[in-house]
Design a protein around this ligand. Structure first.
Ligand code: I3P
Length: 128
């Protein structure tokens, strides 16, 4: 049986490596700083890790490793953003608080899958 006897551990939807840069904080534009990030989609959140040791599907579990940051997907918006970067396969994630991130992969199928999965979570939260 599952150790999650209270049923409170959110479902892991997806995890993997993506290039990431934050481009706005609370609506204020930031200078780009692209970094490879271990990205975990769990429950209503997108969680970012920079520690290579975190590159494990269980890294998001409480106490396993400390995230760099976490994004609440409720009310968030996704859009393809090839106009916002010289890189290919880029999309923008904007939170309700006005934080904006670009996420990118060299692999088109991989970034499309991330887009689709995150959009599904946003759509599910919109219906709640
Ligand atoms: C930025 C850096 C980024 C680039 C950005 C540059 O220069 O080269 O990689 O974004 O372009 O301004 P700096 O290192 O001096 O800050 P992309 O890789 O996404 O194109 P931008 O200003 O057109 O966003």
């Amino acid at each position: 049986s599952s150790p999650d006897t209270e049923g409170v551990t959110p479902e892991l939807e997806k995890a993997g490596l993506l290039n990431k840069t934050k481009i706005a904080e609370g609506g204020r534009k930031l200078r780009k700083n692209w970094n490879l990030s271990w990205v975990v989609l769990v429950g209503n959140s997108l969680v970012f890790f920079k520690d290579p040791k975190s590159q494990n599907p269980d890294s998001w579990k409480p106490g396993n490793s400390r995230p760099e940051s976490s994004v609440d997907l409720r009310g968030a918006q996704l859009q393809w953003a090839n106009d916002l970067s010289s890189r290919k396969n880029v999309f923008k994630l904007r939170t309700v608080t006005g934080n904006e991130f670009l996420l990118q992969s060299e692999t088109e199928s991989l970034i499309r899958e991330w887009y689709r999965t995150i959009q599904n979570v946003i759509d599910r939260l919109d219906k709640e």
